[in-house]
Design a protein around this ligand. Structure first.
Ligand code: H2B
Length: 96
């Protein structure tokens, strides 16, 4: 389903509420890096994010190296950043 891309002013406002996240891909995505004590904690976090993502039908682009997880959020259906990414970033932050 199509959803609107945020414009630059909307992206700036959204990022103000998400200080740990940075804009990437020329404003088409936001990204955050997480570091945990070990792989078990990192993977446990990823499991919780996966459940959240599937419940919201909005899925991260991510990578994991041992205790580090990098998450990029972008909306494929909008070909850029949307409110769905902002909501997901807030929900992910709330898991920590
Ligand atoms: N995840 C992300 N990140 N962007 C999307 O546009 C998207 C998604 N669309 N997960 C969903 C699935 C869509 O493909 C299904 C059909 O609802």
């Amino acid at each position: 389903m199509a959803i609107a891309r945020l414009n630059e002013a909307e992206r700036t406002a959204a990022l103000n509420d998400l200080p740990e996240w940075s804009e990437t891909r020329g404003g088409a995505a936001i990204e955050r890096q997480f570091t945990f004590a070990d792989f078990s904690e990192a993977f446990g976090f990823m499991t919780r994010v996966a459940l959240l993502a599937d419940a919201q039908d909005h899925h991260p682009e991510w990578s994991n190296v041992y205790n580090r997880v990098t998450i990029a959020l972008t909306t494929h259906d909008a070909d850029g950043l949307s409110e769905r990414d902002v909501a997901m970033a807030k929900a992910i932050d709330a898991l920590l």
